[in-house]
Design a protein. Structure first.
Length: 157
């Protein structure tokens, strides 16, 4: 796989993770809503609490998928690791999640072209600006060192 194909895979997986994150979040909201709505109809009084606890699973998955998609879009090493973890968890979502998860594990863990995208990182904006500030400070120090004001002589009495 060439670099353009690897970049397409990363962008596609970022979009897929965003979509799955939104779907998981909507699923968690549905579970919480249905649990509270059905809680009054069932003889089980703790139904809203149980449905809230069950809704935590897709809610945590939604957060993980969103963070993984965001870091994949930025092409950070953390994004690649989170994509592998999310792909492993997606294996349980039969049948589409299984295919997405298996391909995600293959691409992000074993494909060298995809791995190389995450290793060739550009310096961050903060480091670049810090270097520029230190360079400017050195120039100012050099200029002021050349033009030191003459000292006034003390008068002796």
């Amino acid at each position: 796989m060439d670099k353009e194909g690897a970049l397409t895979v990363v962008k596609t997986y970022a979009i897929i993770f965003y979509i799955l994150s939104a779907l998981d979040f909507l699923g968690a909201l549905f579970i919480m809503f249905m649990g509270s709505a059905l809680g009054g109809l069932m003889p089980f009084p703790a139904m809203p609490f149980v449905s809230g606890a069950i809704a935590l699973i897709p809610l945590i998955m939604a957060v993980l998928l969103f963070i993984a998609g965001n870091n994949l879009r930025k092409r950070t090493e953390t994004g690649r690791i989170l994509a592998i973890i999310a792909s492993i968890l997606l294996l349980t979502s039969f049948p589409i999640g299984t295919v997405i998860g298996a391909l995600g594990i293959y691409f992000f863990a074993f494909e060298s072209a995809v791995k190389s995208l995450f290793q060739a990182r550009q310096p961050s904006v903060i480091l670049t600006s810090q270097k520029a500030v230190s360079r400017h400070t050195r120039k100012v120090k050099r200029k002021t060192a050349k033009h030191k004001p003459a000292r006034k002589k003390r008068r002796s009495r």
